[in-house]
Write a protein that binds this ligand. Structure first.
Ligand SMILES: [Zn+2]
Ligand SMILES: [Zn+2]
Length: 492
């Protein structure tokens, strides 16, 4: 699936964004021919169209790298402020423009979309991302980027820069979902019942695009950028496994992004503090004594006990939680069998809970256990509660460290303009990026994919999900700028 031939072309070495064509897919779904390719409704992305060229002109990849290196030498020899500006000794608007210019090269855009489309066509579930991982490694090798593999079965830790400290990481997840794609387009999933319905194909493509940019600017890096391609975000806590296998060894900060259908295409959104909820699940077995429904006094009715439990669980949030601290407890399954004339001996209740702080999250978890067991006892029943704490089904809240958020905001505004950054609302969804978040300072942010013209308006995990592929170079440039500038600012 790899396009080896084109990747050695100099321009590609430079940068390469390629990713997805979800927008195209969206276009196809709404009847826009893929060959014409979805109409570009990007009046909002004027910054992308108007980004001025940097000082070098029409370079091949190697020429560009050479040019950058020469500038770097000049910087080291001279001390005048003018030469400093052009080679990013002092970070100026021109440095951001150089990054964006690399991202918007037509061959690079084409390449990054093609990478995304290849991954989209071959979605792989958690810990089965073998071909996706292979594709990534081949692209890294073509760029002469070193990496460590495998981590967490299919994960990759790649490295660009000096090889020494400081280390900063940028991360993408690789796994797809067990969903049958309903979007009819040229690059539809070829794997029945599997689909990149959450945009992780785009995340991978944007990170590879960032790798191209960073490799082209390697001489400028004042430390080392670690690129983390992780498996199993959707299931299995891949991030936790990656950390266990050394993915963030020596890393002092990490950044990650997710596509968002809630934000207009190309908009970067984030916020300090809680951004995504912590998420957990429970399964309770309420046990009573089976009996004839006509003579209930000879039975111990678990249906009644379970019904009271459902009501009591709602009181945890409505009566015990601070109303300004958003929390959720939802019972999503109530199974007492199908016999119309008997009282069953057991009822199975299942559900989920969410909170935006670890304190609230673990408080809810403890109270769910307590309420279920105690309430069952009121009705002479017994209960056991599984909270899946050891089965990788708990996701802590994703909480952005304030300084890391400020960094994302500053870099995004400098790169894309203040009109293309917004303070995002917290979202009740969960992300296993939170595991990195618990170990080192971090920030997670959204990149908008919402484009009504293309039809990229569906929520993640929908079989109709699609993205606006034109955001891929923007995401790659943002990733690269965040990492490069983190090292730059860190050194000051
Ligand atoms: Zn998802
Ligand atoms: Zn996702």
């Amino acid at each position: 699936m790899l396009r080896l031939n084109i990747c050695f072309s100099p321009i590609f070495l430079l940068f390469v964004y390629c990713m997805k064509s979800s927008s195209s897919s969206a276009g196809a779904a709404i009847g826009v021919g893929i060959s014409k390719n979805c109409p570009n409704d990007h009046s909002d992305l004027s910054y992308f169209e108007s980004a001025p060229k940097p000082c070098f002109k029409n370079p091949t990849t190697m020429e560009l790298i050479k040019s950058l290196n020469q500038t770097s030498s000049t910087r080291q020899q001279g001390s005048s402020s003018s030469s400093s500006e052009s080679d990013c000794t002092v970070w100026t608007k021109e440095c951001s423009e150089q990054l964006l210019w690399l991202a918007k090269q037509p061959e690079s855009v084409k390449w990054i979309k093609s990478v995304r489309r290849k991954i989209h066509q071959n979605p792989e579930l958690a810990f089965e991302e073998y071909e996706t991982s292979r594709l990534i490694r081949e692209e890294l090798e073509k760029m002469e980027i070193s990496y460590r593999f495998p981590l967490a079965t299919t994960g990759i830790r790649a490295m660009i820069g000096t090889g020494g400290p400081p280390f900063v990481a940028i991360r993408a997840d690789m796994d797809a979902l067990p969903i049958q794609e309903a979007v009819e387009w040229e690059y539809k999933s070829k794997n029945a019942g599997k689909m990149h319905a959450c945009g992780h194909d785009a995340h991978v493509a944007m990170l590879i695009g960032a790798a191209k940019i960073l490799k082209a600017r390697e001489k400028y890096l004042k430390g080392t950028v670690i690129l983390i391609f992780q498996p199993a975000e959707e299931a299995g806590n891949g991030a936790k496994r990656m950390i266990g296998d050394g993915a963030i060894e020596d890393v002092e900060a990490i950044f990650g992004l997710h596509v968002s259908h809630l934000h207009r295409s190309g908009i970067i959104g984030s916020r300090p503090g809680p951004l995504l909820a912590g998420c957990g699940f429970f399964r309770a077995t309420i046990s009573g004594k089976e009996g004839q429904a006509g003579n209930p006094h000879h039975s111990v009715d678990p249906v009644l006990a379970a019904s009271a439990i459902v009501i009591s669980l709602q009181n945890i949030v409505s009566r015990e939680a601070n109303p300004l601290d958003c929390q959720v407890v939802s019972v999503t399954s109530f199974n007492a069998g199908e016999d119309l004339d008997s009282i069953p001996d057991t009822v199975i209740l299942q559900g989920t809970f969410r909170a935006f702080s670890n304190t609230s999250f673990y408080q809810i978890l403890a109270r769910i256990n307590q309420v279920i067991t105690e309430q069952a006892r009121v009705f002479r029943c017994s209960a056991t509660v599984e909270l899946f704490e050891n089965e990788d089904r708990i996701y802590p809240p994703t909480v952005n460290e304030e300084q890391m958020h400020e960094h994302v905001k500053k870099v995004s505004i400098d790169l894309l303009g203040p009109q293309n950054f917004m303070l995002a609302e917290p979202v009740m969804g969960a992300e296993d990026f939170s595991f990195y978040n618990q170990v080192i300072p971090s920030a997670f942010f959204f990149i908008g994919i919402k484009n009504e013209t293309l039809g990229s308006i569906h929520t993640g995990h929908s079989p109709h999900f699609m993205i606006d592929e034109d955001i891929l170079p923007i995401g790659a440039a943002t990733h690269a700028a965040i990492a490069e500038r983190y090292l730059y600012d860190r050194k000051l």
